[in-house]
Design a protein around this ligand. Sequence first.
Ligand SMILES: CC(C)(COP(=O)(O)OP(=O)(O)OC[C@H]1O[C@@H](n2cnc3c(N)ncnc32)[C@H](O)[C@@H]1OP(=O)(O)O)[C@@H](O)C(=O)NCCC(=O)NCCS
Length: 329
Amino acid sequence: MIPGPTERLRFREMTDADLDRMAGLLGDPEVMRHYPAPKSRGEALGWIRWNQRSYAEHGHGLWIVETHDGAFVGDCGLTWQTVGDERLLEVGYHVVPAVQGRGYATEAARACLDVAIGSLATPRVVAIIRPGNGPSRRVAEKVGLRFERETEVRSLPVVLYGRGPAPGRLVLTCGVAGSGKTTYARSLEARGWLRFSIDVELWALAPGEQDAERVAAGVRSRQQEEIVRALRHGRDVVADYASWSRAERDAYRTLAASCGARAEVVHLDTPADEIRRRLALRRGAHADDVVVDGALLDRYLADFEAPGPDEPDVTVLRPQDVTAAATER
Ligand SMILES: CC(C)(COP(=O)(O)OP(=O)(O)OC[C@H]1O[C@@H](n2cnc3c(N)ncnc32)[C@H](O)[C@@H]1OP(=O)(O)O)[C@@H](O)C(=O)NCCC(=O)NCCS
């Protein structure tokens, strides 16, 4: 697929015959101001070859952009890029200095976004830009990409602009059995959040055997994949988990960050006496009613690492707050 002609521009695939033009563009210190260094002629040939591989593998890459009378403008197109562990479709553009500021990059990038929606059926497109690159940020904004976040690519700070579903939010409940996690998580579920519970799946697999750790590990890793998918599709997610250790909470923070989402920990800070009272009423009738005896509760309480003041994005809820959240439904 190649974008069709626009009012002033046309697109075509790069060939080795473009080496002089591409070496001139990518070797220009002004054009490459926001890159580690201008590219040598050999590197410019590598760039052409990289795009040719991309045309062959994906049907798109950076294309040569020229005016209708054949004057070289630069390149613009769609390539796959990796940010953290995310693979993102990026719109990229480079315009020769002599014709910058005429709206060419904007016109070309718009045509590429139309291709992404029309031929690739991919609404999600990003631009990965060095923070100080004002013209590039402006082009991204003009074609409708929104600033999403600051991040790093190959250890260099970048800003990510994007279009398509913004990532959802992740709330991670945190507390021992009986602290009110599920009541709180269900109150979010009632407002359209997706709730993930390891207990519910374990109960379905092996009722009454909630401590089957091997099975739990499998359920957890599958739920992680589903959580990532949901966040990427813009769904808000509540992980109805105990999240008893800082390491576990940090792992989910990293997971959320990998898809551009942010994790918030909701610590159900319920006094031990109240927890004991609640657990004494349990009968083992369903996944939210798992029997936890006194010795097991003591172990849970001893192992529990409450979020400290240094932990980011933590909300502490007392029992009355949870009741209030639940009745807001
Ligand atoms: C980024 C680049 C492709 C833009 O090309 P262009 O054809 O000049 O872009 P356009 O004319 O469509 O739009 C440029 C916009 O940036 C604005 N701009 C120019 N200098 C700017 C600056 N220092 N800070 C903020 N905005 C600036 C222009 O005013 C214009 O916005 P406007 O239409 O609202 O006035 C071109 O500057 C370039 O090739 N830069 C070097 C390569 C590069 O960095 N590519 C992007 C890699 S992420």
